[in-house]
Design a protein around this ligand. Structure first.
Ligand code: SF4
Ligand code: SF4
Length: 356
């Protein structure tokens, strides 16, 4: 295992960190059914990762990740608190709610989390989080009081991560990217302001969809080729731990495929939209183009029920706007020259065909 600096925190984290979603038990509507591990099983999987050099464990407040936070607290006590770095988070955007969430997490963990993220920050809550008295101010206070060591922003949106990179209260960022959805990582690589922050990459397996097409080594090696501190991989079995951690990330093999090569692998199964989720396109009607295209890809890659349900929520209106759109400003921004309006019709047809 190799270790990288976590921005300016002074921490050294394992290149491959442990995502705790798969060790959870509990009814989590937005998450698929995982392995339903009991406490002994969960701790054994976490311990196996520790033996392979993992020192970074990422979780979220109960019940966002079921009981995973409680299990991680027990694991920290068993492994030795100084042996691991705990990354925790909560989806609260106001200051007082976030302050209380951290107190709850500290009780659940039985210890002080090293990093605490505001989780899933989106455009609707961004100003509240960053504004006076918001969640980031609360994390800054908690840090000053010694109740967390470092503060973070976790988001799937480039503009929000960029705002975090420019904010002195933020020590660490957590964002998503993988072989297919690499556009945000490309942009982060090109922005010097990210270098002073720790950066952890999640969704490296694209919700578990890509390992059927590309090896775990390829997927992890790809994400580690960016100037990031490490990747977070959801792990729920010994075999998954071995596949993610039991190899040398400096091995020249396997080679990492470029974007066109990735598309040609997917073309054997369906006609992918060549969108890398760079998020440069903007729509005056508020259509979140990259999210709709993602759901189209995920439908074909295996998450059909989940993707259809999400697409059904807004595609008809988005496709209608596209049919009536004269200027199509979104297309000017797209580096892949995607005919966005036409692709939107394709997505609408897919929903019409498969939705029940
Ligand atoms: S074509 Fe027009 S309506 Fe459709 S996504 Fe682009 S900007 Fe929005
Ligand atoms: S449609 Fe184009 S601009 Fe928009 S996210 Fe995808 S690749 Fe980027």
């Amino acid at each position: 295992m190799y270790y990288r600096r976590l921005g300016n925190t002074g921490l050294l984290v394992s290149e491959i960190g442990f995502g705790t979603i798969p060790v959870l038990q509990g009814d989590i509507p937005v998450l698929p059914a995982y392995f339903d591990l009991d406490e002994a099983q969960a701790l054994a999987v976490m311990e196996h990762a520790l033996h392979l050099g993992c020192n970074l464990y990422d979780t979220a407040i109960v019940p966002e990740y079921g009981d995973a936070e409680l299990k991680l607290g027990k694991f920290a006590a068993r492994a030795g608190r100084d042996k691991i770095i705990i990354s925790d988070k909560a989806r609260f955007f106001g200051g007082s709610e976030m302050y209380q969430a951290v107190e709850t997490s500290r009780e659940n963990l039985g210890t002080t989390p090293d990093i605490y993220f505001v989780h899933q920050v989106d455009a609707a809550h961004e100003d509240e989080v960053f504004g006076r008295g918001g969640a980031l101010d609360a994390l800054a206070d908690l840090k000053a009081e010694g109740k967390i060591r470092f503060a973070g922003i976790a988001a799937h949106y480039y503009d929000i991560l960029l705002r975090g990179a420019l904010d002195d209260r933020v020590d660490v960022l957590q964002g998503s990217g993988n072989l297919l959805e690499r556009g945000m990582l490309d942009r982060i690589r090109g922005e010097a302001c990210f270098r002073g922050k720790g950066f952890l990459v999640n969704k490296v397996y694209a919700a578990g969809l890509l390992p059927a097409r590309f090896s775990e080594k390829t997927l992890i090696k790809f994400a580690l080729s960016y100037p990031v501190s490490g990747v977070l991989i959801g792990l729920g079995t010994m075999a998954q731990v071995d596949a993610a951690l039991g190899w040398d990330t400096r091995d020249p093999e396997p080679a990492v495929p470029d974007f066109d090569e990735v598309l040609s692998v997917l073309e054997k199964e369906y006609m992918p939209i060549p969108c890398d989720r760079c998020q440069r396109c903007a729509c005056p009607h508020g259509t979140e183009i990259h999210t709709l295209f993602r759901q189209y890809q995920y439908f074909h890659l295996g998450k059909d029920y989940w993707a259809l349900k999400k697409l059904g929520l807004g595609i008809a209106e988005s496709a209608r706007h596209c049919r009536e759109c004269a200027q199509m400003p979104c297309m000017d921004a797209c580096p892949h020259k995607i005919r966005i309006a036409q692709e939107m019709q394709r997505v609408e047809r897919l929903v019409a065909e498969y939705a029940v």
